[in-house]
Design a protein around this ligand. Structure first.
Ligand code: NAP
Length: 270
């Protein structure tokens, strides 16, 4: 059973704590969490899950063997100062902060600290997340397996070279925002054509969910699945042609590129 500490009690920390408990990777009482204002709603929510809480980041580091840094990137330097003196070779430090590299974290911790950097995404909140991680220079062989187990408790998880984690941020990290926009726009189209709003949103969301499931479960190329939907002279190919004319695919490619560049810039601000 894992002894896990969270620095930060926001959406991501709570999603992971829920996943860990549900997957029986760690009982709630072995999870401890801190954020500076101990009376805030967020810590109350962690307590309701059965986790222990404190306002002292050092205490969390001292109490745990796996320390998950779940704070916003600008807070990371301060948090690392708080925990550095408690980090030992027995600790695995996992950061979910966008853009902050394992090297930057290692430099702020004692020599040989074991660090993993993860890019999760918001669907982790409903255990349908997509997380990708990279190992720092001092991790042990079993550390990748530990990261896998933790993040698979809230969705799918894969490993990648760290120089590609900014691109992962641009694709799956920020991707839910693009997909929410797509659902909203599809629903708007339905409303424009006379469908009531509530049903239009439901149809749009289920269409994305079902299509995503088909890609993951059939293993077929998305282009081939699109071809299957487009019958000769039918309705879908008419719409596909319009989407091509207005640069739909190019817009998504550009979105991933822009978010990747922003993620790289965030790391540079550390
Ligand atoms: N949410 C996502 O889906 C998602 C996806 C990918 C990556 N991430 C990454 O995950 C991290 C956390 O995201 P989030 O959405 O959970 O953020 P969040 O909801 O804003 O939560 C941040 C938490 O950090 C706490 N905090 C602030 N300063 C602190 C300090 N000095 N010491 C300890 N805790 C401190 C906050 O407490 P107070 O409220 O008391 O300030 C809050 O509990 C971010 O780096 C984000 O980039 C999140």
């Amino acid at each position: 059973m894992l002894r896990i500490g969270f620095i930060g009690a926001g959406g991501m920390a709570q999603a992971l704590a829920r996943g860990l408990i549900a997957a029986e990777l760690s009982p709630a009482e072995r999870i401890i969490c801190s954020c500076p204002r101990s009376d805030v709603l967020l810590l109350d929510q962690m307590r309701r899950l059965g986790c222990r809480t404190t306002s002292n980041n050092g205490h969390v580091a001292d109490d745990s063997r796996i320390l998950i840094l779940a704070v916003k990137p600008p807070v990371i330097p301060k948090v690392l100062k708080d925990v550095a003196e408690f980090i030992t070779p027995q600790h695995l430090v996992i950061s979910v902060a966008m853009g902050i590299t394992t090297r930057q974290i290692e430099k702020a911790l004692p020599p040989k600290s074991r660090v993993i950097r993860v890019m999760p995404n918001t669907p982790a909140l409903v255990r349908e997340g997509a997380s990708v991680f990279s190992c720092g220079s001092n991790t042990l062989e079993e550390d990748a397996g530990t990261a896998h187990r933790i993040f698979e408790s809230v969705g799918i998880c894969d490993q990648i070279e760290e120089n590609l984690l900014d691109a992962v941020t641009g694709l799956s990290g920020s991707g839910p925002a693009y997909m929410f926009m797509a659902i909203e726009a599809l629903a708007d189209g339905g409303v424009k054509m006379g469908i009531r709003r509530e049903l239009a949103i439901k149809l749009a969301a289920q269409t994305l969910l079902g299509s995503a499931k088909m890609v993951l479960e059939t293993g077929k190329h998305p282009g081939a699945l699109k071809d299957d939907v487009c019958s000769p002279a039918g309705t879908s190919i008419q719409a596909v042609h319009q989407l091509e004319k207005i640069g739909f695919r190019s817009a998504l490619i550009t979105a991933v590129e822009a978010a990747t560049i922003r993620s790289k810039e965030t790391g540079g601000l550390f």
